[in-house]
Design a protein around this ligand. Structure first.
Ligand SMILES: [Zn+2]
Length: 351
C-alpha cells in the first residue's frame, strides 16, 4: 500500500468514527428527553403533583406543602438586613446594646426577627415583626439556612384541642389545627361484615344505608380505612418525624415535614371514626363509577367529600377523592349546595 493510500484509509476511518459518534450522540439525547409530554399514570387530570398521593394512600392522609416557604434572602452583602432567629428562650430585647438597658420585649426560642445591622460589641440591632426596634445579645442570634427558615418563620400551626358538642358531634372539625384529645375513642361498629374497618357506631348505619343503595346501582363502596386509633396515628407520625430528625432536622422542622405525609395524632378524621376511605380498584378513585355515584348521592346519606380539589389551601390536606366524611344529611346537603368545604361552612380555619 502506498503512503498516499494509507493516508486516505486513515482519514476515511477517522471520518467514519466521527460520523458514528454523532449518530450515537443524537440517539442518546433522544433517549434522555424521553416523552416529556406523555401523561404519567393517566389519572392526574392536570392536578399539581403535590396533590397526588405517592403510594399507600389510606395510611397517610398526606397534606400538601404547608403554606408559603420563606423566600431566600437576597444576598449576604455587608449591611443588608436579614432574618435572624432566637436561639434561646426568654431572651430580652433591649433598648441599647447593654444588659442594663431597658427591656423592650422577650423572644422565645426560634422566634424570628430582622437583623438590621452588623454586630457591635456582642449585640445585634434588630427589628421585631411588630416594628419594635432594639438590641439582642449576639450569643442568642442565629442565622439558619434558608431551607430551615420556614420551620420557624411561617406556617407552623398551634394546635387547639377540640371540644365536642354532644348534640352536634357529627359536625366536629378535626384537622391539623383542631385536634382531638389524646384519650378520645368513639364506640365502634363495623359497617361491612367480614371487613375489619370500623366507624363510630353512630355513623355506621348511615354508611350501611349508603353502601346498600350504591350496591343496587352496581357500585361497591368497599371500606378501605375507617377508624384508626390515636395511638396508631401517633406511632405512624412519630416514625416519620424520626426519619426527618435523622436527616438532621430540628424537632419542629421534622414535625412539619412529617405532617405533610401523616397528620399528627388527633388531627385525622379517622381518629374520630367519622370518615371512611373508599377504594375498590387500583385505578384512581376519581375515575371510578363509585366516585361518580358518591358525588351524586353521598349527601343524601350524610357524607361529604371532605378534601376537595379546589380547597387544598383551606383544608391543608391534599385532594382525596376516596375520603368521605359523615356530617349528617341536613348539613351534607347544605355543604354540597354551597360548594364550601367544612372549614368554610363552619367558619373555622386552619391558620
Ligand atoms: Zn382518609
Amino acid at each position: 500500500m502506498s503512503r498516499k493510500n494509507l493516508i486516505h484509509l486513515v482519514l476515511g476511518i477517522v471520518l467514519l468514527l466521527i460520523l458514528a459518534g454523532l449518530v450515537i450522540g443524537y440517539l442518546a439525547t433522544r433517549q434522555d428527553s424521553g416523552d416529556p409530554d406523555a401523561p404519567q399514570g393517566g389519572v392526574s387530570q392536570g392536578l399539581p403533583s403535590t396533590t397526588e398521593l405517592p403510594t399507600g394512600l389510606a395510611k397517610a392522609d398526606p397534606i400538601t406543602t404547608l403554606p408559603s416557604q420563606a423566600a431566600e434572602p437576597s444576598s449576604t452583602a455587608p449591611f443588608q438586613a436579614k432574618t435572624g432567629y432566637c436561639s434561646g428562650s426568654g431572651v430580652r430585647v433591649r433598648k441599647a446594646g447593654s444588659t442594663s438597658a431597658a427591656i423592650l420585649g422577650t423572644l422565645s426560642r426560634g422566634q424570628s426577627f430582622t437583623v438590621t445591622g452588623s454586630e457591635q460589641s456582642g449585640w445585634y440591632p434588630v427589628q421585631l415583626s411588630d416594628g419594635t426596634k432594639g438590641f439582642v445579645s449576639a450569643q442568642y442570634v442565629s442565622f439558619t439556612k434558608p431551607s430551615d427558615q420556614e420551620s420557624t418563620e411561617t406556617s407552623w400551626i398551634d394546635p387547639v384541642t377540640v371540644t365536642i358538642d354532644e348534640d352536634k358531634w357529627y359536625l366536629t372539625l378535626v384537622s391539623i389545627k383542631y385536634r382531638l384529645p389524646e384519650n378520645y375513642k368513639p364506640e365502634l361498629s363495623y359497617p361491612v361484615k367480614g371487613i375489619d374497618r370500623p366507624l363510630d357506631a353512630r355513623v355506621t348505619p348511615h354508611y350501611v344505608a349508603m353502601y346498600n343503595a350504591a350496591k343496587e346501582d352496581g357500585c361497591t363502596l368497599t371500606p378501605y380505612s375507617g377508624w384508626r386509633s390515636i395511638s396508631r396515628q401517633k406511632a405512624n407520625y412519630e416514625n416519620k418525624v424520626a426519619v426527618y430528625q435523622r436527616q438532621g432536622n430540628s424537632r419542629t422542622k421534622a414535625e412539619q415535614l412529617a405532617a405533610q405525609w401523616i397528620l399528627p395524632p388527633g388531627a385525622s378524621e379517622h381518629n374520630m371514626g367519622l370518615a371512611m376511605d373508599i377504594v375498590n380498584t387500583k385505578e384512581s378513585f376519581e375515575n371510578t363509577k363509585e366516585f361518580a355515584w358518591l358525588q351524586e348521592h353521598a349527601a343524601d346519606y350524610g357524607f361529604i367529600l371532605r378534601y376537595p380539589k379546589d380547597k387544598v389551601s383551606i383544608t391543608k390536606v391534599a385532594y382525596e377523592p376516596w375520603h368521605w366524611r359523615y356530617v349528617g344529611v341536613e348539613d351534607a346537603k347544605k355543604i354540597k349546595a354551597s360548594g364550601q368545604c367544612l372549614e368554610e361552612y363552619l367558619g373555622l380555619y386552619n391558620d
